[in-house]
Design a protein around this ligand. Structure first.
Ligand SMILES: [Cu+2]
Length: 107
């Protein structure tokens, strides 16, 4: 069964989610022990779609202070979406693969 999670990266003082009608979905593929691409520039309201194309599970979270991003374990074939609700710069790592890094800039 294909599991799809959907999370919101909340603004510090969320007064509703100003998601743009024309928000973009940005694909981040997990394969070969890396996120691809390794750097993403996005706009508030865009959605990052993580797709695990590898044969490993990955524990997707952000080590950046102030970013409570924890998608949790993603098994091979699973996907998960993260809506970007505020601007800023944060990193995404994998619990099991500390060298797996994704830098996200939300403008
Ligand atoms: Cu991993």
């Amino acid at each position: 069964m294909r599991l799809t999670k959907f999370l919101f990266l909340m603004a510090p003082l969320a007064v509703g989610l100003p998601l743009a009608v024309n928000s973009a979905e940005i694909s981040v593929k997990m394969a070969g022990g890396q996120y691809g691409p390794g750097t993403v520039t996005a706009a508030v309201g865009d959605v990052l779609k993580f797709e695990n194309y590898s044969g490993d599970k990955h524990g997707v979270f952000s080590p950046t202070t102030g970013y409570a991003v924890d998608i949790g374990n993603m098994k091979p074939g699973e996907s998960a979406s993260l809506a970007l609700g505020r601007n800023g710069l944060f990193e995404v790592e994998s619990v099991y693969h500390p060298d797996m890094l994704l830098k996200v800039e939300v403008k």
